[in-house]
Every structure is written in C-alpha cells, then in structure tokens.
Design a protein around this ligand. Structure first.
Ligand code: BGC
Length: 751
C-alpha cells in the first residue's frame, strides 16, 4: 500500500486492510537488545519477528545504522508497509549527559530544563529515534527509593512545571519535527511512593494525595501535549497500574483528554500474574482492557491475544469477562492508537524520516557548554562559612573517592553516555587554577563487602581501594597537611541510586563519614562536595564542613560545574527540590506534611510528633533551601487587598535586594496554607515561584498573582467520587527564600 499518498485518512484505511495478526503485531514493543541487525548474531528472534511483521516498535537501538537496518527489515516484512518507530531511555541527556533529573530540578530553571531536553532530543533524533522514555515525573518523598535520582523531587507544583518544560523541550511544537522526539510521561502513577521505599513496591495512599501530589505533573505533561505515557510497575490502592482501568482509561484519557499512546513498562503486562491478577491470558485481557496499548518486551500480547480474540475471557475469580467481539474491539482500539502515534510522527508518510544518512547530531561543544552550566545550576550550596569562593591561588588538597572519578559522574540511566567524556574534578580544578591539586583517595565508596558484591552483580564494578582503611586515611591526612584548603569529594556510586537500587539507610557510606571527621579534625578549612543520586542524611558532616555543596551526579561536565562554583567562575543558584533529612530514619519526609494534634513543641517534650532519639533542631535542609555567595534581603510582603471575592485576583508584592558585592540568582518562593478546612491540609504548599538574577546591590520588585483556584482541594472517598471544593475564609501566604524561612501575610476569601 502506498502510505505516502495524502488522500483519505491513512489510519482508517490501514485499519480496514489489516488482519487481526497484523494488528496484534503492532502492539508488540521489543528491545533491540542482542538482536542488532547490523551485528554478527543475526538472525535473532527480533529479526524473525520483523520478517513476520510482528513488531510495532523497538527501543534501545544504539545507532542510526541499526535503526535504518531494522526499519528496512520491518518494511520488507510488513504486507502493508507499516513502519516501526524507535524509542530510547533518554533520561538526562543522550550522548551528552546532563545532571541527574533531581539535580536539574534543583535548578528551578525551566528554560534550562527545556534546553537540556531539546538538546537531548536533537541528539536522539539524529540517531533515528522517535520517542524518548522521558520525562520521568514521579514525585518522591522517600530518599530510600533509588529512582529519586531520575525524578523531579517532592513537590507537585515544581514537578508540574518541570513536566511542561521537558515536554516543550523534547517535542517543540511537533514531536515529528526536525530534531524533536515524542515525550513519554512516566511512570503512571505513584511509582515514587512505594511502601518503605522499596523499588516496585505498591503504593497505598489517600485518593486526595493521589489527586493533589502524584497526578498533577501528569496533568501538566498532558496539557503540554505529551504524545505518550508509560504505565508504572506498582499497584495503587490495591490495583496494579497495568490493569488500572479507572486511572488509565478513566482519569488519564476521559479525565484529561489525553489521546496519545500508552505503553507498558518492561514486562509489566506479564508481571500482573505475580501481582496476583491471574494467569497470562487473563492478565493480558486486563491490561488491554485497562488501556495499555503496547506490551514492552514480554510478548504476552503477541502470544495471548490471538486466542483471546477467538474465545473471549471469563475469569470470575479475577473479575473480568470479555467476549471475543469485545477483545477484538479492544485490539482495534490499541492498534489505532499505535498507528495514530506513527502518523503524528510523520512515519506513515515517510518511514525513513529522521534517518537520512547525513543526519547530523547537534554540535557536541554546544552540549558540553550547556551541560557545564546545568551542572553549576544543579548544585546546591548548603553551607558557606565565608570560605567560598576559593582563591585560584589557594593550595588545595582534593581528597575522597570522587576526586578523580569519571564514571560515577554520569549517574544512573545514562545509557548512551561515556565515562571518557567526563572531565574529572582534579582536571577541572587544574584547568581553572592552572595547577593540579594534591590528590588522595581517602576512603572507600562503600564499606560492607556484601554491598560491593551486590553492586557488582550486574557487571558493574564499583571501584574500591584495596588497602587497609588506616593506610588510605593516613595518605589523605598527609595530603591535607600540605594544603591550605581541603576539598573532600564524597558521596554515592552511581549504582547506589537508580532502578532497583533502594537503600535502607540513605546516608553517606561510613568510611566516608570517618574521612570527613578526620579531615575536620585537622582544623584546616574544609569544603565538602557531595556527589549523589538521592538526598542523603548528612548528619555530623553538615556540622564538620565549613562549606557544603550538594552536587548530585552532574553528568559529563559535572565536575567542571563544581569547579566553577568552588572558584567563583559561576554563582551558586541551586535550591533543594527535595528535603535533605537529618537522619536516614526520618524518611519519607516533606515540608508539605500535614499538621497533627501534637506538633513538635521542643526537644524535651515527650508527647509530640517526632522521635525520641532525634532532636527537633537536628540539622536538616528544607525543601527550597540553597545559599547564594552573598545575602539577599526580603522586604515586607504587601497584598493589593486583604479581602477578596473568588473571582478577583490579588497581587502580592515584595522587594528583594542583593546586599552583597556579588551577583546572585534568587528563587523567590510563595507558599500557602489553609488554617481551617474540611479536612486536614498540608502545613504549607508551594503555589508559585520566580527566579530572578540580581546584580551586586540590585533591588527588584516582584509581583505574584494569587487567585482562588489555587486553594481548591479534593474530597475523595474514591477516585470516581472525588469532588473539588474551595472554602471561603482565611488563608495564609508565606513568601521567602525556601519553604522554612518565610514571611506571612493573610488573605480572606469572602466567598
Ligand atoms: C524502567 C523504565 C524504562 C524501561 C525501558 C524499565 O525497567 O522502569 O523506566 O523506560 O525499563 O528501559
């Protein structure tokens, strides 16, 4: 069939011509894996599937040549010439690896996030990719969960803005446009709220929480035009997401109007059986019925749907009964969505769109410059006793397992990144200051040998220093003794965070805690830089350091961004997108917790909400926190009116002044709280923020619009019965530099 003809709707035409087998083939989403058609190991099952027209899309092709070869095979194997589309995990950059998403979130800079997404899209598109499995917009408030690294942090408003910015960056105005790709919002939904922080575990939460915390980023991503969504592995309130019709076909499609493609996660359909939802045919019927259009890797659709389309399914124990006719209609529904997606990407007109042999990725140097800027913007300055920025003349000892590290800087989910592209910290410092700092390993990345073994299971090697700890430490202290300033580069290995990498105790590995304590004992000025994939409870380290910089895993130019901040070539502007707890046992934690009847009044009161063995004033760093090199002063906030009708807009005005001689980038944050409501509401929640550059001594007046709809909330005995309400009465507005240090004004809604 000539798919390039412009007349009639191609999707309708194709649907009319396709056999059931061909339709089912379109729902099969395969991994390129070992089956590279340009490699030596063909034919593989993938090659056979392609020859039989049994593949709808492939993810993980690692080159344009591979994608082209697979497309040629697919076209040859498809009676109607239906092309594949190609996808990839482009999570925080593609070949040019940007900081982890949690780090990008800490930039609070939506233009930057759009720019890094756009650059990644251009690199991916040049390799013949059409879809990226991003943005990952799972809110998480649990530092134990390893995938905090990939996400936007703990706050729904910040995450929603990030979703919008990322979709804008990936797709532009057209996901099929030049240098653009289709975004795939994931993981739908509440994947970031697993029980006890264990990856893949289920989420049990109030429907109100689902509606106000976990769903808003998806609503924002859909509103921004995201072309696809990936379903999460977990169950939400007892119903696994791959069978969750009320959330997929209900909230997502009927509720938000989403009309794109829904894909499963990796073998997520097959996993319904382990969830206890029935054997393969039943599980498949449930997933298809729930609205999962494509089946990733498991091939359960391919195996089971032909039979189901003949017999239908009746499984009273699993609560599902669908006739053969109904199953056939569901297959049509899913197939039509796959074809529409291909049409949207322009593939029905030109299967080789984007695959011109001359396709050029964007200039790598441009990406590196963006990555360096992003790394500096992602790092959060948590403490600075006047030590930073350092003089380039200072004699520095750079100590710790990350002082000369490349591979860990890429962080988790950097599938196309290369460690060789990373400039390690010692070289970045040398390039800025003109001399190589004294270097010492100082401590091991992990202490327990079983953990090293575990981390090594998947073929990764966590580099350790085999010498006894006392010897490693002695060398570090000798390097420190000869220096004027110590910079300790500590943190987590990249394998510590990521998928299936939850940690029971999210803190700095013990040998590194001992290293920092020993370095502090020297009395030399001590800068601690933390490279990590999650918010770590820093405990005593926060007190021992004279300056503390939280740099995450910053990507190919991560260490250069850090060096820029250490020596004042960049100014710190990062703000925590997630709370840094005082103690690992404190998680999950969030600034937006609900009040209790027994709040914490002080450290000696026993009958309070808290822990016996954790003082209330333990050093934790709140959401939104981050320092500049100098001080920014907030004037008194003023409201345009203190009483308003629901239809009116109130303006909150505030003047901020940079009182220092250094430039600053301030992120002014506006929070709200509702002292009297029908149900208990968060202590406060973010309703707006604005990022402003301030020259030395500069003042700026900012105005925030406040409207009544920012104060509606759901009452939700169930998802279907959720009702959004808004009450008249007093609300409080809190404005400041982070979620804790704010000034309050009051406003009354008269109706
Ligand atoms: C992850 C997804 C990812 C997929 C494909 C899964 O294990 O949960 O985030 O997109 O694999 O690599």
């Amino acid at each position: 069939m000539d798919l390039s003809s412009k007349d009639s709707d191609k999707v309708d035409t194709l649907m009319g011509l396709m056999t059931l087998t061909e339709k089912i083939g379109q729902l099969n989403l395969m991994a390129a894996g070992e089956g590279l058609l340009t490699g030596a190991r063909q034919p593989t099952s993938l090659a056979e599937r392609l020859a039989d027209g049994q593949v709808g899309a492939i993810f993980g092709t690692k080159s344009l040549a591979t994608a082209r070869a697979m497309q040629e095979r697919a076209l040859a194997g498809s009676r109607l010439g239906i092309p594949l589309f190609f996808a990839e995990d482009v999570i925080h950059g593609h070949r040019t690896v940007f900081p982890l998403n949690i780090g990008l979130a800490c930039s609070w800079d939506m233009d930057l996030i759009a720019a890094t997404s756009a650059f990644a899209a251009a690199e991916a598109a040049a390799e013949g990719l059409h879809q990226v499995y991003a943005p990952m917009i799972d809110i998480s408030r649990d530092a134990r969960w390893g995938r905090v690294a990939e996400g936007p942090g703990e706050d729904p408003l910040l995450a929603a803005r990030i979703a919008t910015a990322a979709v804008r960056g990936f797709q532009g105005n057209d996901p099929g446009g030049k240098g653009r790709v289709a975004a795939c919002l994931k993981h739908f939904v509440a994947y970031g709220a697993p029980d006890s922080g264990r990856d893949y575990d289920n989420a049990s939460l109030a429907w109100e929480d689902l509606l106000t915390i976990y769903l808003p980023p998806f609503a924002a991503g859909v509103a921004a035009g995201a072309a696809s969504v990936m379903v999460a592995f977990n169950a939400v309130n007892k119903l696994p997401m791959h069978a969750n019709a009320p959330l997929i076909e209900g909230w997502l499609r009927a509720g938000t109007g989403f009309d794109g493609l829904v894909v499963s996660d990796y073998t997520g359909v097959a996993e319904l059986t382990a969830h206890g939802l029935g054997r393969a045919p039943v599980a498949v019927a449930r997933a298809l019925h729930a609205g999962v259009d494509m089946d990733m890797v498991g091939e359960d659709y391919l195996r089971e749907l032909p039979g189901l389309a003949e017999t239908g399914v009746a499984a009273p124990d699993a609560g599902i009964a669908l006739s053969a006719v109904e199953i056939t209609a569901l297959i049509d529904r899913a197939c039509r969505r796959v074809l529409r997606f291909k049409q949207k990407l322009g593939l029905l007109e030109d299967p080789f769109r984007r695959m011109e042999r001359a396709a050029r990725p964007p200039a790598r140097a441009k990406g590196r410059a963006l990555a360096r800027k992003a790394a500096a913007r992602a790092a959060v300055l948590l403490k600075n006793d006047g030590l930073l920025p350092l003089s380039p003349k200072a004699r520095v000892a750079l100590i710790g397992p990350f002082a000369a590290d490349r591979a860990n800087m890429l962080g988790t989910w950097a599938v196309s990144g290369r460690a060789d592209d990373v400039t390690p910290l010692h070289e970045a410092v040398a390039a800025l200051t003109g001399r190589l700092p004294a270097l010492a390993w100082g401590a091991n990345i992990v202490d327990e040998s079983w953990l090293v073994e575990r981390l090594n299971v998947h073929g990764v090697t966590v580099q350790q220093d085999p010498r006894p700890e006392a010897e490693i430490l002695a060398e570090a202290l000798a390097a420190a003794a000869a220096a004027e300033v110590i910079v300790a580069a500590v943190g987590e290995a990249k394998e510590h965070a990521g998928e299936s990498s939850s940690r029971l105790s999210p803190d700095l590995p013990a040998p590194q805690q001992r290293l920092v304590a020993a370095l502090a004992q020297t009395g030399k000025p001590l800068v601690v830089v933390v490279f990590a994939g999650r918010p770590l409870a820093l405990g005593a380290v926060a007190e021992q350091a004279d300056a503390l910089l939280y740099a995450w895993h910053g990507g190919v130019a991560g260490p250069e961004g850090v060096a820029d901040l250490l020596f004042g070539a960049a100014i710190p502007s990062g703000r925590l997108a997630v709370t840094l707890p005082a103690h690992p046992g404190e998680v999950p934690s969030t600034y937006a917790a609900e009040p209790t009847g027994r709040p914490s009044p002080g450290r000696f009161a026993k009958f309070r909400t808290g822990w016996l063995d954790l003082p209330d004033d333990a050093p934790r760093f709140p959401f939104g926190f981050g320092l500049n090199f100098g001080d920014v002063l907030y004037g008194p906030p003023r409201l345009s009116r203190s009483r308003a009708r629901a239809g009116q807009t109130v303006t909150l005005q505030i003047e901020i002044t940079n009182t220092s001689a250094r430039a600053a980038i301030e992120t002014v944050q506006l929070y709200a709280s509702d002292p009297v409501a029908r149900i208990t509401r968060p202590r406060r929640w973010l309703i707006d923020f604005r990022q402003v550059p301030l020259g030395p001594g500069e003042s700026r007046v900012l105005r925030f619009r406040v409207t009544a709809d920012q104060f509606s909330y759901p009452l939700a005995p169930s998802l279907q019965d959720a009702e959004w309400v808004r009450d008249p009465g007093e609300i409080h507005l809190h404005i400041g530099a982070n979620s804790r240090d704010t000034q309050r004004t009051e406003l009354t809604w008269m109706d």
